[in-house]
Design a protein around this ligand. Structure first.
Ligand SMILES: Cc1cc2nc3c(=O)[nH]c(=O)nc-3n(C[C@H](O)[C@H](O)[C@H](O)COP(=O)(O)O)c2cc1C
Length: 378
C-alpha cells in the first residue's frame, strides 16, 4: 500500500465533486505537476558502508518533540471526507506524535478537536476583512490551547477552480441532477458521512465563523466581513505577532524577500508553499524555491515546506535542502476518506517507514546528518 493506492481507494469512495475538490489544482493544473517534477528532479547521493542498523527521524519543533519531521497540513472541510473527519485526522496525528494544524475553514470547532484528539494542535488563520472578528478568532484559538499560529498569506483572492463549477462543488452549491447522481452512486459516503451528519446536526457549517455569520458549507458566507482579506499586509502580521503568545508562522512564502521580511519581523517560522498547487497555477515548484530561502533565513527562523510531498524520499530531500519539517495535505485526506483515523494513520505510518528507509539508504542515521551535499541535480 502506498500513497497512490490510498488515492485510488479515496477516489472510489468519495463523490466525484468532493474528491476533485481535494485532489485537483487550479486552472490548467500545471503547478501540481511542477511540484512533483521538482521533487523528482532531485537525486540523492548515498554514502555506502555506513552502519545504519539504527536510524532516528525524531526531531523537535518550537520546543516540542516530534516522532518524525512532518505536520498534518490545514485542509478546509476535512470533516466532509469522514464523519468528524477533522477529529479523525487530529487523532491520527496525535497517535503518530506529530502536530495537526486546524484550518479556519474546518467544519469542527477547534475546541472539540483539542478535547477529543489531544496532541499538538496548531491553528491556521485566514485573516478576514473585518479584523476585529479575526482577532476574536485568534483569541478563541489561543484559549482552546492551540500552540502555533499559522497565517496563510498566499491566497488574498479566491482561486479559479473551474472543475468545481462543472462538477457541482462550487459555492454556493447548486442542487443539480449531476450532483445528486454523484452522491447516490457513492453509497458508502452517503450513508457513512452525509446521512449521519444530516441526522445529527443538519448540513455542516464553517465552525470558526462568528455565529451570526455561520452558514452551511454549501452556501457562501452570510457577510463579506468574513471574506478573506484582500488587503492583508505586513502591519496585520505585526499585529498578529503582538497578539499571539507562542510561535507565529507564515504559510505560502515563495520569494526570498518575503522570507527575509518575515525573519526581520521576528516571526518564528515560514512554510515555503504554493498551497499544493491550488492557488496560483504559474508557481515554481517548492523544491526549487526552498534552497535559497533556507540558506538566507534558516538560521533566523524555522523553515518548513509543503506541496507535492508524497514519499519519505521527498522528506529526506526537503530536510537536506534546509527545511526543518514538511507539511502533508492530500495523502492524509485520502487515508481519512477510506478509514477515518486509521486511514490517516496508515498514510503517516507509510511516510514514517519510507523516511526511515530513505535515510538509511542514503547512508545517514539521523536528521542532523542531512545537508545539501546529499542532493544532486542535473
Ligand atoms: C482539500 C484541501 C484544503 C485545503 N485547505 C487549506 C486551508 O484551509 N488553509 C490553508 O492554509 N491551506 C489549505 N490547503 C493547503 C494545504 O495546507 C497544503 O499547503 C497543501 O495541501 C500541501 O500540498 P499537498 O496536498 O501536495 O501535500 C488545503 C489543501 C487541500 C488539499
Amino acid at each position: 500500500m502506498n500513497h497512490a493506492d490510498l488515492r485510488a481507494f479515496a477516489r472510489r469512495r468519495l463523490p466525484r465533486g468532493l474528491f476533485e475538490y481535494i485532489d485537483r489544482g487550479t486552472e490548467d493544473e500545471v503547478a501540481l505537476d511542477v511540484n512533483r517534477a521538482a521533487w523528482d528532479a532531485l537525486k540523492l547521493l548515498p554514502s555506502v558502508l555506513v552502519d545504519v542498523s539504527t536510524v532516528s527521524i525524531r526531531t523537535e519543533l518550537f520546543g516540542r518533540a516530534l516522532a518524525m519531521p512532518a505536520i498534518v497540513a490545514p485542509t478546509a472541510m476535512a470533516g466532509l471526507v469522514w464523519l468528524d473527519g477533522e477529529v479523525a485526522v487530529a487523532r491520527a496525528a496525535a497517535q503518530m506524535g506529530i502536530p495537526f494544524c486546524v484550518s479556519t475553514q474546518s467544519v469542527t470547532p477547534i475546541e472539540r478537536i483539542v478535547a477529543e484528539a489531544g496532541g499538538d494542535i496548531w491553528f491556521q488563520l485566514y485573516v478576514w476583512k473585518d479584523r476585529a472578528l479575526s482577532y476574536g478568532l485568534v483569541d478563541r484559538a489561543q484559549a482552546s490551547g492551540a500552540r502555533v499560529l499559522v497565517v496563510t498569506v498566499d491566497c488574498p483572492v479566491s482561486s479559479n477552480r473551474e472543475y468545481n463549477e462543472r462538477n457541482g462543488f462550487g459555492l454556493p452549491l447548486r442542487p443539480s441532477v449531476r450532483a445528486g447522481f454523484d452522491v447516490l452512486t457513492h453509497p458508502r459516503w452517503l450513508t457513512g458521512v452525509l446521512l449521519k451528519m444530516l441526522l445529527r446536526n443538519g448540513l455542516p457549517s464553517f465552525a470558526h465563523y462568528p455565529p451570526e455569520f455561520r452558514t452551511e458549507v454549501t452556501r457562501t458566507p452570510a457577510s463579506d466581513r468574513v471574506d478573506v482579506a484582500a488587503d492583508l499586509g505586513w502591519d496585520d502580521i505585526a499585529e498578529l505577532r503582538r497578539r499571539w503568545r507562542g510561535p507565529v508562522v507564515l504559510k505560502g512564502i515563495q520569494r526570498l524577500e518575503d522570507a527575509e521580511r518575515a525573519a526581520a519581523l521576528g516571526l518564528d517560522g515560514i512554510v515555503v508553499s504554493n498551497h499544493g498547487g491550488r492557488v496560483l497555477d504559474s508557481s515554481r515548484g517548492t523544491a526549487d524555491a526552498l534552497p535559497e530561502i533556507a540558506d538566507a533565513v534558516g538560521g533566523r527562523l524555522t523553515v518548513m515546506v509543503d506541496s507535492g510531498i508524497r514519499r519519505g524520499s521527498d522528506v529526506v530531500k526537503a530536510l537536506a535542502l534546509g527545511a526543518k519539517a514538511v507539511l502533508v495535505g492530500r495523502p492524509v485526506l485520502y487515508g481519512a476518506a477510506i478509514a477515518g483515523a486509521d486511514g490517516a494513520r496508515r498514510y503517516l505510518d507509510i511516510l514514517r517507514a519510507e523516511t526511515e528507509r530513505s535515510l538509511a539508504l542514503a547512508g545517514r542515521t539521523s536528521l542532523i546528518d542531512l545537508s545539501r551535499e546529499l542532493v544532486w541535480r542535473e
